[in-house]
Design a protein around this ligand. Structure first.
Ligand code: PDD
Length: 289
């Protein structure tokens, strides 16, 4: 009888080679492990098509530049890794994960002169189901204790991990971070608030990740002639919101119907969310055609 974990046969890619995830080995001296000295991307794949691949690869390049890790692969090489994992993945909907660390070297904070570690894997994607969407998600608010460069998609995620777990501990799905009186984003999601009929999302900047899904939702709203503003969201807007949505690659755009134990608006997914979710699904269908 095999004792291997159920993920051991998932497709992976490590430093130039495709392999089973259960075979992948990383040194304990890898700086991703020792320091969280590392950046990443998560890319959903629907019907064999990676969602906004150029945007994800562009964000990865930007993260690498900002933390001064040399770009390990060109665009075509990244695309080949992505396609190879998609081809090997047995699931209809797939979540791809890409990570680059500063490499393996004896522990010292300053940069070593070594090649980056490059890792990628595929897993099954579980987007929220119809029932979950009909009920909506629940969220809590938390003070944002993260560093000042939340625009970089780094694997140093302990504050996000603690935030998401604090939500879990209170029976909620997501934690929304408040910084200096403004709601910025979730532990692993971006944020939209509907206030007086206008969808508002915090602007790009150092307080939040420039979400690929967020940017598409802004495009879709504007394309449909719906009011959408990118501006800071005071915590009071969150508390008085008619609707709250969160977005991410793994969740698309989902309604938050309970905040800190109280109903958001009428406590059910709102009309503007239904509109934007339909636009999102239409967009995906057109992309797949
Ligand atoms: N997280 N904000 C944070 C802090 C995130 O970690 C994420 C995504 C987002 C949404 O970005 P996008 O729409 O590009 O996925 C916003 C991924 C899914 C994760 O860490 O698993």
């Amino acid at each position: 009888m095999s004792m291997e974990p159920d993920w051991a046969r998932r497709p992976a890619w490590l430093n130039g080679e495709f392999l089973d995830l259960g075979q992948a080995r990383i040194s304990p001296l890898d700086r991703g492990f020792l320091f969280g000295d590392s950046v990443y991307e998560v890319i959903p794949v629907h019907a064999g098509r990676p969602f906004r691949l150029p945007q994800h690869l562009q964000r990865l390049s930007r993260s690498l530049r900002e933390v001064r890790i040399p770009e390990p692969l060109g665009r075509d090489a990244w695309s080949a890794v992505v396609q190879g994992l998609v081809d090997r993945a047995p699931w209809s909907e797939v979540s791809l994960y890409l990570q680059v660390t500063r490499g393996v070297a004896p522990r010292d904070h300053a940069f070593p002169d070594v090649p980056p570690t490059v890792f990628a894997m595929a897993g099954p994607l579980h987007p929220p189901g119809a029932e979950q969407l009909a009920r909506g998600f629940s969220a809590i608010t938390l003070q944002d204790i993260r560093w000042r460069r939340c625009d970089i998609k780094t694997t140093s995620l302990i504050a996000n991990v603690l935030g998401r777990q604090a939500a879990r501990d209170r029976g909620a799905d997501e934690a929304l971070f408040i910084r200096d009186g403004y709601a910025v984003e979730g532990a692993a999601t971006n944020l939209f608030v509907v206030h007086e009929g206008v969808a508002i999302t915090p602007p790009h900047g150092r307080d939040l990740l420039p979400g690929v899904t967020r940017d598409l939702v802004v495009e879709l709203l504007r394309g449909a002639g719906l009011a959408c503003e990118e501006r800071p969201v005071p915590q009071a807007f969150l508390e008085q919101a008619d609707e709250i949505w969160i977005t991410s690659s793994t969740k698309d755009v989902v309604p938050v119907t309970r905040l800190d134990g109280r109903p958001v608006g009428s406590g059910i997914p709102g009309p503007l969310w239904r509109r934007v979710h339909a636009l999102f699904l239409d967009w995906r269908e057109r992309e797949a055609a």
